[in-house]
Every structure is written in C-alpha cells, then in structure tokens.
Design a binder for this molecule. Structure first.
Ligand code: GRF
Length: 225
C-alpha cells in the first residue's frame, strides 16, 4: 500500500549564494541523509566562480550563475532571478550568504517565502562586518539568526537563533568560525519547520505549532561560580 506521507511533494528550495557555500553544503547534506524533508530545485550564485556553485555541481544540483554586474539595476537583476526560481518550481527561497539586497519585485513574487541567515543575534549587529561590531561592542554572547526576509536589512520576523559565547581571546575569525558551526545546525532546522508547515507569523513573532518546550536555563558568560 502507498504511504501518503512518503509520496507527498517535498518542499522545493531555491538557494541563493555569493560565496563559499558552507551553509548550502549543510542543507545539501541534510537533504541527502533524509533528515530534511526538502529538495534543492535550483542553486543560483550572483558571483561567477563562487564556491557554492562548485558544491552544488558536485552534488549534481541544477545551477545558474546570474551575475548582477550584467544588469543595469537591481529590479532587472531580481526579475531574472525570480523568473529562474519560478521556472524551477521553487516554494521557498533560501538566502545562504547572498550578498545582495532583495527588492520589492522579489518580495512580491515570494511573499513570506524568503528566509535568510545572519551571523549575529538580531536585532543586534545587522548588516556587514558583524563579528567586528560584536567584538568592538564587547558583548559576551553573539550567535546567529534565521529570519523571514522583509523590506529592511536583516529586520524580518525571527524563526530561530543560536547563542554562542564570545571569548576574551576571540578574533573576528575565531568568533565567525564558532558561529558558522551553529549556522549549519539552525538553518536546516528552520527549513524543516517550514517544510512541516509548523510556523505561524503573528505580528513580529514566529510561533511554532504544536509548541515546543524550550530550556528555561539562563546562560552566563563568564560562568557563575
Ligand atoms: C554566513 O556567515 C552567513 O551567515 C552570512 O554569510 C556567510 C556565508 O557563509 N550571511 P557560507 O557561504 O554559507 O559559507
């Protein structure tokens, strides 16, 4: 007998990247080992030769390189990207180190269907050079955030965050590496929650249904005695 759950259409992802693609890799790995009920329909990079394209090709995924420099303005570039995503039948757009601001054209084509990962605990330190900002500010914790994309820069409703301690010995590089490890864990989890249709956005809050018990244990850095 056919199991209806097994034959259900998987969530189709369109992943956009500009760089090395380690977050893309974590999603590829989870799709391949079956812990993420989604499939990658298309990987788009805006930078020719981006490591993300190489990773996608090695995994046998469909890829497109759409170089933003070949377009006169953001809207025309976004229209091309949206057309590629739509013709690949993408349900959810996953920005994985995609260093371009999304225009209204893009947002309108995928309402509440674009997510991003940011290497800080938003709303602290949006934008670029975040590890430097965190170290300069002297925070004792930083981390990473997966959020829905809206019209602002790193401002959309937050889906999941991971907290990472900042050590006295940290440099931008060591802090970024510690945060990146957590990015690779929370991004697939956020996508899985969407694949299971478990997220409900109420004003700024993203609620999980059915609710999950989360640990009420506070964190301290430096630790208490
Ligand atoms: C990650 O730190 C992500 O949070 C930021 O860009 C970086 C991309 O890394 N938006 P990778 O290309 O996934 O390795």
């Amino acid at each position: 007998m056919t199991n209806p759950a097994a034959t259900q259409r998987k969530l189709r992802l369109g992943i956009l990247a500009s760089g090395g693609g380690s977050n893309l890799q974590s999603i590829i790995d989870r799709c391949q080992n079956g812990s993420l009920a989604a499939e990658i329909a298309l990987v788009i990079a805006n930078v020719p030769g981006a490591g993300a394209l190489e990773r996608a090709n090695s995994a046998g995924l469909a890829t497109r390189c759409i170089d933003h420099k070949s377009f006169n303005d953001r809207q025309t570039f976004d229209r091309e990207v949206v057309a590629a995503l739509q013709s690949a039948g993408v349900d959810l757009v996953v920005l994985a180190g995609f260093m371009r601001i999304i225009s209204a054209v893009f947002l309108k084509a995928f309402p509440q269907r674009i997510i991003n990962i940011h290497p800080a605990l938003l709303p602290a330190f949006p934008g670029l050079h975040v590890q430097k900002k965190a170290l300069d500010y002297g925070v004792k914790f930083s981390g990473c955030t997966v959020h829905f994309v809206d019209g602002g820069v790193d401002t959309g409703p937050i889906i999941i965050q991971a907290v990472v301690p900042v050590l006295d010995t940290d440099t931008e590089e060591t802090l970024a590496a510690r945060i990146l490890q957590e990015e690779h864990r929370i991004y697939p989890k956020a996508i899985q929650l969407i694949a299971e249709s478990r997220l409900r956005v109420h004003e700024r809050r993203v609620l999980i249904e059915p609710p999950v018990e989360s640990s009420p244990t506070p964190l301290h850095n430096p630790p208490l005695d």
